[in-house]
Write a protein that binds this ligand. Sequence first.
Ligand SMILES: [Zn+2]
Length: 149
Amino acid sequence: MSLLKPTTKTPFHIDFDWWKKNERDWHVFLRSLLCAEHQEAFTEVEEGGMIDWIDPKTAEVKAVDGIQHTLMSHCALLPEFSDSHTAMVEAVFRVFLANGNVPMSADDLSKRLERPADIILRTISGPRVYRGLRPYQANVPSPDKEDEA
Ligand SMILES: [Zn+2]
């Protein structure tokens, strides 16, 4: 864990691993964000159902969470997914879903959301982690181990 205080230049992302470990209802929440069509499609799929997905960059086949993937590749890209009434933390979360969870700093998010960078930073860097929004540590290779639950 880094003790460096994040600045508006610090990249953040959704740390799905952290989120899944720390909040029991993460799946319910993700499911609630699916578009109507996919809500329907996933009613039969059990929680944590994995699908094979080909990483476009490395052509590597990975098992990914079906709902998470569907959300990021379809539902989050619909125009109605983000609107200006969304609360700050929710808006930030949705930007990451829609951009494929590419790390962005508060400065980047500020341009995207047209809200002040310092307020965005305060929202996502507080003592309470919301929706797995955490600083992205590029120098720490993410351990690609699966939780065999
Ligand atoms: Zn969808």
